[in-house]
Unconditional design. Sequence first.
Length: 185
Amino acid sequence: SLGIGLAASAIAVSIGLLVGGVDGFVGGKVDFFLMRLIDLIMSMPAFFIILLLVVMLEPGVWVVITVISLFSWTAPARVFRSQILTVKQRDFVLAAHCLGVHRRRIFIRHLLPHVLPLVVVYLALNVPNTIFAEASLSFLGLGVPQPTPSWGSMIQDGFAYYRAATWIAFFPGVTNALAVVSINL
């Protein structure tokens, strides 16, 4: 669960940084098209589409990571875009443009360092969501396959015995909740 949460969050934040950075830096028609794409993806019920895609594909670790990542990059992309739009108007970036510095160098050298603190924050905020999504998929039997341990599948396995042995489902659930809360804090 932790590995899937970290991997899916890293991929989602990387996609969000790439899309949001390019979107904010280039602007114009590219900005309009990418913002409408993000609006479209954010308007869909993500968890139900994740369920549908995992059912259509064969459930596995990389399928779960990929599908969760596909629907987790939109919010970071919007935040990174807005930060790029703000920093792009500062004097040191305008001076670099006036000096004839190549656009790619301006992006990498002047804009990305101002976005990196947001990347760390969004990575920390996105990990609990992906852990919860993976646990939910595993609880429904659509997450990682059975020999691989997952908190969701442990809760599902203990759910049949909740009257006789409550602790079988209780401790994986508490551990999942503590992990999510501790990462948030």
